[in-house]
Design a protein around this ligand. Sequence first.
Ligand SMILES: Cc1ncc(COP(=O)(O)O)c(C=O)c1O
Length: 392
Amino acid sequence: MQTVTRSPTVFRLATRLDEIGFSDIVNIRNRIMKLRAAGATVYQFEGGEPYMDTPESIKSAMVQALKDNRTRYAPSSGINELRSAIAEKLSEKNGIPASENDVIVLNGGMQGLFGAFQSVVNPGDEVLVFSPFWTPIRDLISHCQGKTVLVPTSEARVNGFEETLASYATTQTRAIYYNTPQNPSGVVFTPDEARAVARFAQARDLIVIADEAYEDLVYDGEHFSIASLDGMWERTITCFTFSKSYAMTGWRLGYAVASEPWMTGLRKTILYSSNGVSTPTQWAGLAAINIDSNILETHRGAYRTRRDLLLAGLNELGFTCDKPAGAFYAFPDVSRISSDSREAAELLLDRAQVATVPGVVFGEHGEGHLRFSFSTSTEMIEAGLNSLRRNL
Ligand SMILES: Cc1ncc(COP(=O)(O)O)c(C=O)c1O
């Protein structure tokens, strides 16, 4: 019989995947599923998606596209009708002077971020990331064999953005990841803060990777796109998604806007990964872009009500929390029960059946905090708060 060799040096993943992990949030979800399977009530605040259903007009557009047999290969960068509608939206709403050719349609915001980091970061390059931060960003940077350098948002707000960024930048710094509204803190960067980051990027000749996934969920202040500033269009790749604005997380639809050479980088990464987005989904995306703006306004109002309800309850419980100006998360300091956020999350789950995400998942600057999503029913928020009042 022939001996088959399985050498450990062969049967191993390529080294570029060594530093890449799986999300901790998956472990939390598994724990909750187990509890629910055992018949326990769990008040769920750990999620990260809109609680409402996808609007009817978007679903009908998908059905119509299928009936019309719009089911064949589309251009890998997206159908012209959608790219042109997105370009118009970017000029009008975001102040980003884009044409159809500067837009690429993607499988969600994640694919845009993947393509953006792949297009910019070489091995050994450093990326400045405002922190606490959305965890997958570190993995996306590691996938390029780059290094994540955390810049505490609170420090930048106290000491000034340019001064703070300068204290974390080195000769290896290549880019800044700029997320507004932020996950998990709900911070919305002001136009002045965007201008300060832009001045720094221009002075140091850095690229900005902007993530505006929650652009439509702003309650205080306004959403402002850094790429709209003078001199920033050339050095910014901005990633958007349909997931949060239109309650379309499962559709996997997003887009990015950039100039050259970045657009070529994005096109290459998309061509050789998914080779584009499903054609009927793109027709549904066109209906989403053209949706009546009153629907977005109604969603925003519903989120604002939930934010205020949750915030009042958390503060009353002694979990001090800055009011999130955007997104749908509250990120209170829970050190009164434990400064170890994993322990605090366990405690809330065990004693009050309240599921949250430990702040440390979002980096060291998130320690001592828990992330509560207020994208849920007002009944769930009230019941969860009552359980905390009774059991903590
Ligand atoms: C900050 C941020 N950026 C981007 C995304 C990407 O979302 P998707 O891949 O669903 O478009 C998310 C999703 O949670 C997010 O929180």
